[in-house]
Design a protein around this ligand. Structure first.
Ligand code: AMP
Ligand code: GLY
Length: 415
C-alpha cells in the first residue's frame, strides 16, 4: 500500500515510523515532512493546508491511505475534499474538527450533552466581557474562540491582565476577528486521553501527560510541549472508566447527534479536579508530544487501524506495557526568538527513538531549524527507569544551542 502522511513535526515523524513497521506499507510519502522523516519517507514539498494539491498528489500516486496530522489541514477541509474524490483519509471533516477549531462549539456541545467541563460564557463585546470578569473570581481563563497555534489561552491573575488579554483578542484582533470564551479556573493534574473514534465507537490509547511550560518545575512560558510520558500512576482504572463513560463516549455520540460524526483521533485534554475529571479542551487529532510516547507502545499494525477506523470497521488495537518517556530538545530562547543552523552531533549514539521536530540537513549533517528541534524517547519496564534512560540518552546529543527540561515525568510521583 502507498500511504501519505500530512504534517512535519515530531508527531508526524512518530506516525511515519509506526507506519514504516507495517508489513502492508510499501511506500510512505510525507507532505511536507522534515529532515528526520526523510530517512523513512519520501518528502513532498506541498504545504499541509494546500488541500487541492494534496488531493491531486494522492490521485496521481495511487495513495490508498492518507493520514492528516495537523489541525490546520483539518480546518482547511482536507477530509471533505479527499472523501469527495473517493480517497481514503484518516481524520475528521471540517465540520467535526470544530470540536478543536472553535472553543465555543466545543463548550456548547459539552453543556448541551452534560459532559463535565469548566463553567463558561462567550463574548464578542469587550465591555460585556469585562463586566463578566469583574463580577467573577480570579484567576480567570480567557480563550480565543478560533485556532491560535496554542497561544490563544490566557490565565489572568489580575483584572489588569484580563483587560489586556481581552483588548488583544477582541479590540486589536490579535488572532483575527473572533469571540472569547471566559472560563472558570480549575485546578488539578492534567492528562491527555487520545481515542480512535469512528462515529459512536471509541477506542482509547494509553493515557499520557504533556509538559507545556518551558522550564523545570513548570516555570516559564507555555510551549508546544517540552516532554511527555505514559502511563500515569495517578490515573486509576476508575478514573479511566469515568473519562471514557462520562466524557469520550458521550462526546462521540453527541457529534453523531449533531450531524457531524467524528472519524479520526479525538484528543481529550482532561483535568483531575477535586470535583471529578473535567474537560479542558478537545483536539481533533493526535497530540504533540504525546504521540511520540504513545505510538511506540502500539503492537498492532497501525496501517490496519487507520484503514479500519476510516472504513467504519472494528479495529484490533494492542499495546505493550512499557513505560515510555520523551524529552524535547529545544533551541535556546524558545518559545521566544531563537537562532537556527547549529550542528547537532551524537544522534547515532542514542539508544532510543529520536523524532525530529525542527531540523534540516546541511552538508549531510543535521542542524537546528526550529524552536523545538527533536524529542528523545526511551522505553523501560518502569517509569523511573524510562526517566533515567531518557536522561542518559538525551545527554549524548551535543549541540551548542539546545536546552531541555530535566524533570519530565517527576510529576507522576507527586500527585
Ligand atoms: P488549552 O489550549 O485550552 O488546552 O489551554 C492551555 C492550557 O491552559 C491548558 O493545558 C491548561 O494548563 C490551562 N487551562 C486551560 N483552561 C483552563 C481552566 N479552565 N482552568 C485552569 N487552567 C486551564
Ligand atoms: N499536547 C498538546 C497538543 O497537542 O495540543
Amino acid at each position: 500500500m502507498k500511504v501519505l502522511v500530512v504534517g512535519s513535526g515530531g508527531r508526524c515523524h512518530a506516525i511515519v515510523e509506526a507506519l514504516s513497521k507495517s508489513p502492508q506499507v510499501e511506500k510512505i510519502f510525507c507532505a511536507p515532512g522534515n529532515a528526520g522523516i526523510a530517512a523513512l519517507a519520501e518528502c513532498v514539498a506541498i504545504k499541509e493546508t494546500a488541500v487541492e494539491e494534496l488531493k491531486e498528489f494522492a490521485l496521481a500516486n495511487n495513495i490508498e491511505l492518507t493520514v492528516a496530522g495537523p489541525e490546520v489541514a483539518l480546518e482547511a477541509g482536507i477530509a471533505d475534499t479527499f472523501k469527495a474524490n473517493g480517497l481514503r483519509l484518516f481524520g475528521p471533516t471540517k465540520s467535526a474538527a470544530r470540536i478543536e477549531c472553535s472553543k465555543q462549539f466545543a463548550k456548547d456541545l459539552m453543556q448541551k450533552y452534560e459532559v463535565p467541563t469548566a463553567a463558561y460564557a462567550t463574548f464578542e463585546d469587550f465591555d460585556a466581557a469585562m463586566e463578566y470578569v469583574k463580577a467573577g473570581s480570579l484567576p480567570t481563563v480567557l480563550k480565543y474562540d478560533g485556532l491560535a497555534a496554542g497561544k490563544g489561552v490566557v490565565i489572568a491573575e489580575t483584572l489588569e491582565q484580563a483587560e489586556e488579554a481581552l483588548r488583544d483578542m477582541l479590540l486589536d484582533e490579535k488572532f483575527g476577528k473572533g469571540k472569547v470564551v471566559i472560563e472558570e479556573y480549575l485546578e488539578g493534574p492534567e492528562f491527555s486521553l487520545l481515542c480512535f473514534v469512528n462515529g459512536k465507537d471509541v477506542y482509547p490509547m494509553p493515557v499520557a501527560q504533556d509538559h507545556k511550560r518551558a522550564y523545570d518545575g513548570d516555570k516559564g512560558p507555555n510551549t508546544g510541549g517540552m516532554g511527555a510520558y505514559t502511563e500515569l500512576p495517578f490515573i486509576t482504572a476508575e478514573d479511566l472508566d469515568y473519562a471514557m463513560e462520562k466524557i469520550m463516549r458521550p462526546t462521540a455520540s453527541a457529534m453523531v447527534e449533531e450531524g457531524c460524526p467524528f472519524c479520526g483521533v479525538l484528543y481529550g485534554g482532561l483535568m483531575k479536579t477535586k470535583n471529578g475529571i473535567k474537560v479542558i479542551e478537545f483536539n481533533a487529532r493526535f497530540g504533540d508530544p504525546e504521540t511520540e510516547v504513545i505510538l511506540p507502545r502500539m503492537t498492532s499494525d497501525i496501517c490496519q487501524v487507520f484503514c479500519d477506523v476510516a472504513d467504519g470497521k472494528q479495529p484490533t488495537i494492542t499495546w505493550n506495557e512499557m513505560a515510555t518517556l520523551g524529552i524535547v530538545l529545544a533551541s535556546k530562547g524558545y518559545p521566544g526568538s531563537y537562532e537556527k543552523g547549529y550542528a547537532i552531533e551524537g544522534t547515532e549514539e542514542v539508544d532510543g527513538s529520536i523524532y525530529h521536530m525542527g531540523t534540516a540537513l546541511k552538508d549531510g549533517k543535521y542542524v537546528t531549524s526550529g524552536g523545538r528541534v527533536m524529542i528523545v524517547v526511551c522505553q523501560a519496564p518502569t517509569l523511573r527507569e524510562a526517566q533515567q534512560k531518557a536522561a542518559t540518552e538525551v545527554a549524548k546529543i551535543k549541540c551548542d544551542n539546545l536546552f531541555h527540561r530535566t524533570d519530565i515525568g517527576d510529576k507522576a510521583f507527586k500527585y
